[in-house]
Ligand binder design. Structure first.
Ligand SMILES: *[C@@H]1O[C@H](CO)[C@@H](O)[C@H](O)[C@H]1NC(C)=O
Ligand SMILES: *[C@@H]1O[C@H](CO)[C@@H](O)[C@H](O)[C@H]1NC(C)=O
Ligand SMILES: [Ca+2]
Ligand SMILES: [Ca+2]
Length: 211
């Protein structure tokens, strides 16, 4: 019902970056536009809001445009956790809000031997990406600090509830105390591993469960 919140709070996030040292296909990155002002650059674990167009390199067919297709809204994704094709994870690091890039992504970092929908097997893809917004990812140190209102390095139910309220409002939903309390209980069941009534920084950052 509220996918962004579940993504923010419940999705377990990257624990380790792919360390394989095999010679690997690479994403070709061309910067089309870089804003003069750049307060922060995207890094693994951040969530990014993007608009994009995807083309087949073979004949230039546009197979998807977030501006023209679906609900025409930009999309959020978490960088570096394989929520999207590997080519996006690799090609969208160190980007500024407002930056545009052209990514040329070999099949091994896209849809590979299988292809998908309109994308034939073994297709090299070209994406025009525009980053609209960059936020702290769900498991970042920054997110924890933002939630930990009294700086005691643990999250109380009240702090999590307050965070939910702010998130709901930010995404245009009416705050609803009853609903938030249900969600808080659910979150604590999953996250408060030692059941002391608080989510510690360690419990927040490292996930050992089955998610
Ligand atoms: C481009 O290639 C795709 C996949 O092979 C094919 O489905 C499509 O009809 C082609 N488009 C044009 C304009 O040739
Ligand atoms: C608040 O949430 C509860 C539980 O999810 C729901 O039953 C109730 O209808 C909601 N109230 C409002 C005003 O949306
Ligand atoms: Ca606290
Ligand atoms: Ca705990």
């Amino acid at each position: 019902m509220f996918p962004i919140l579940f993504r923010l709070l419940l999705v377990s996030v990257l624990s380790n970056v792919d360390c394989a040292k095999l010679p690997e296909p690479e994403v070709k990155i061309e910067v089309l536009y870089k804003p003069f002002l750049c307060h922060r650059k995207s890094k693994y674990g951040d969530i990014l809001l993007v608009h994009y167009e995807g083309y087949l390199e073979s004949n230039g067919t546009l197979f998807h445009s977030s501006r023209q297709h679906g609900d025409q809204n930009p999309v959020w994704f978490t960088l570096g956790i394989r929520e999207v094709i590997a080519g996006w994870d690799r090609g969208m690091q160190s980007m500024c809000a407002g930056e545009r890039r052209k990514l040329t992504i070999p099949p091994a970092l896209a849809y590979g031997k299988e292809g998908k929908g309109k994308i034939p097997p073994e297709s090299t893809l070209i994406f025009h990406m525009e980053v609209l917004e960059i936020r702290n990812g769900p498991r970042s140190h920054e997110s924890f600090q933002e939630m930990d209102l009294n700086d005691d390095w643990k999250l109380s139910k009240q702090e999590v509830k307050e965070y939910l309220r702010k998130e709901f409002e930010r995404h245009g939903y009416a705050a609803n105390d009853t609903h938030h309390e249900v969600m808080v209980e659910d979150i604590f069941q999953k996250e408060d591993e030692d059941q002391d009534g608080f989510i510690s920084a360690r419990e927040f950052t490292y996930k050992h469960d089955e998610l």
